[in-house]
Design a protein around this ligand. Structure first.
Ligand code: CS2
Length: 460
């Protein structure tokens, strides 16, 4: 079958890709970016007629995405799977693809390009190479970047790009982190401090926070076949997504930016309440369903949330533990939001695997679960269901031989040979890159964990 490309265009992209110039660099060219920011950016250009917001996407590890996109002139499709028939849309906003390990200098040169005024990032939690409080200066890749080699880490790339610019830049983190913008600013500051020199343009560099939301499971061969059926041409780079898409961005830019609000995003003065509601309600419940679901043998999140008990627990997690910790953003009804999250999870067409959501627990738990635990303990409450979610992760770590986690070796070593509930809880609570002393020392939390781990271990 012929391959999607500019000369084989079954569905015309909403903008003419040939007319676009690059104004944005995106670090982390995974499926999420292609189903989210790249779509909103394209829609913003359609609405305004602007052509200067083409994207140069950077893959941080392998050349797979470049090899998929290059023969297709950067084009790819988004296969939307909702309750009705799937639909497909061809996206043309990605105009250049770089593979960082092959040419790290080219990445820095792109960030330094005066035509580029915005850098966006989706590099996942672990891509930031942070400790709980700042940049992980013990990370060997950070140390190697600090010696002055062409940078390989995200923070190193940003710092080198900023140092080469005359005009200030805006850097928008689009990862699921608490206060992602200020957090990234702190990491880049730590990097410059370790270097011992801060470039003049850093002062004016902006790091707006942003909240992103769209469920984007890994693409399967079935999805590629479905897209080919709908398009009539083969697309190796297709991404799958639910119909829902949300992007809330703090309106704090150093220079020009795309009119993302014309492409469906919300620009606001304060992202924090949106972000907190999303991380604590959606992402925490997602993770709990992933761990409990995987332990019950469910392949997908949709199967897990259709289990009556897991559905009830999801509801309890949000209502009893999370909602009391939140200050909702204006106009957001938290009960309705929770119900809509569960409906989205139940979408049977998405086939989002529990294993995929379960990965990288060591960096996800602190962001999506432990803040809720801390707040409930401080309020003198018993955080029952959120503790079950943490306990499910503990049992998952114990039971999963090929754990997919940046700290897998450390976690597996901690639980090796452990079979008693209290020992499992203590072994994992002692991992100080995940649990802070206040949590480790809480008898209420520990007792809840031991109780839940006991019943999970006994249950199968
Ligand atoms: C998920 C998220 O894999 C995960 O950890 O919880 O990727 C989730 O699908 C997105 O944040 C939804 O916006």
């Amino acid at each position: 079958m012929t391959r999607l490309s500019l000369t084989n265009l079954p569905v015309t992209p909403a903008v003419d890709p040939r007319a676009l110039s690059v104004g944005i660099v995106h670090l982390g060219l995974g499926a999420f970016h292609r189903a989210h920011q790249a779509v909103v950016t394209e829609q913003a250009m359609v609405a305004t007629g602007e052509t200067r917001w083409g994207i140069a996407g950077v893959s941080q590890r392998s050349a797979t995405v470049r090899d998929q996109l290059a023969p297709q002139d950067g084009l790819y499709s988004v296969l939307e799977r909702g309750l009705g028939d799937p639909t497909v849309q061809v996206i043309g906003s990605i105009r250049d693809v770089l593979t960082a390990p092959e040419d790290p200098d080219a990445v820095v040169a792109r960030i330094a390009d005066p035509a580029v005024t915005v850098v966006t990032l989706t590099v996942t939690e672990k891509g930031y190479r942070a400790t709980g409080t700042g940049l992980n200066l013990d990370d060997p890749e950070i140390q190697a970047d600090l010696t002055g080699r062409p940078p390989r880490t995200v923070v190193g790339q940003l710092a080198a790009g900023i140092a080469r610019r005359d005009e200030p830049l805006t850097i928008v983190s689009c990862d699921n982190l608490v206060a992602n913008g200020p957090f990234l600013r702190k990491l880049v500051t730590d990097y410059f401090d370790a270097l011992g020199k801060v470039p003049e343009t850093f002062e004016a560099t902006r790091f707006p926070a942003s909240m992103v939301d769209r469920i984007v499971p890994a693409t399967t061969e079935d999805d590629r076949a479905e897209a080919a059926r709908l398009l009539g041409v083969r697309d190796e780079a297709v991404v799958v997504a639910e119909p829902f898409l949300q992007w809330v961005i703090e309106n704090d830019f150093a220079g020009d930016r795309p009119a993302w609000e014309r492409g469906g995003a919300v620009l606001t003065a304060d992202v924090a309440p949106w972000e907190q509601a999303k991380l604590r309600m959606l992402n925490a419940t997602h993770s709990m369903l992933a761990y409990l679901g995987a332990l019950r043998g469910y392949e997908t999140i949709a199967e897990a949330v259709r289990d009556d008990e897991l559905s009830r627990l999801s509801q309890a997690l949000m209502t009893d533990d999370v909602v009391p910790t939140l200050t909702p953003p204006d106009g957001l009804d938290l009960a309705a939001y929770g119900a809509s999250v569960l409906e989205r999870f139940a979408n049977p067409a998405l086939k989002h695997r529990t294993r995929q959501v379960a990965m990288d627990g060591s960096v996800k738990l602190p962001v999506r679960m432990l803040g809720t635990v801390r707040d409930r303990l401080a309020a003198g409450a018993e955080p029952r269901t959120i503790s079950l979610a943490v306990a499910a992760w503990m049992v998952y770590v114990l039971r999963t031989p090929d754990l997919d986690d940046p700290q897998a070796d450390k976690l597996k070593a901690a639980v090796a040979g452990v079979s008693e509930p209290a020992k499992l809880v203590d072994a994992l609570l002692a991992v100080d890159s995940i649990f802070t002393p206040d949590l480790r020392d809480s008898t209420v939390f520990r007792e809840l964990l031991v109780e839940h781990v006991s019943s999970l271990l006994a249950g199968s």
